[in-house]
Design a protein around this ligand. Sequence first.
Ligand code: ZN
Length: 130
Amino acid sequence: MAIVLEGLSQCPLCGQVLDRSNEFIMTPPLTSNTKDALFIFSDAGIHVTCLNGHPQKESLLYQMQQSDETRDAANAVCIVDGKLITYPDDYLTTGMLTSDLHEPLVEFNFIILNRNNNTNGTNGMSLFLY
Ligand SMILES: [Zn+2]
């Protein structure tokens, strides 16, 4: 979740300072991809009034919901073996790779893996993301 310093942090949409005089929400770190349409909203404090008028609002709320669901321990089921991941250090997720629901990459958003699952019999998973 974003860290907002009231009176110092700025809304990425209007550039105004965030404080108690104007309601704002805080978003999770959704993406580090600067070319994604939701990058500007990632890990930020955003005025509710600014967000309400923005065309990406529904996309942001949808991706935040998806993110919340993968953070819920009850949903921490590995896509490889279908088993619940009970040890937090074993949990690995791809997060939001794209907010564009028309990109093929969207199928890999928020995939949950148990890092101990592997197919070659060695300890640990070999997962490479570039
Ligand atoms: Zn604003």
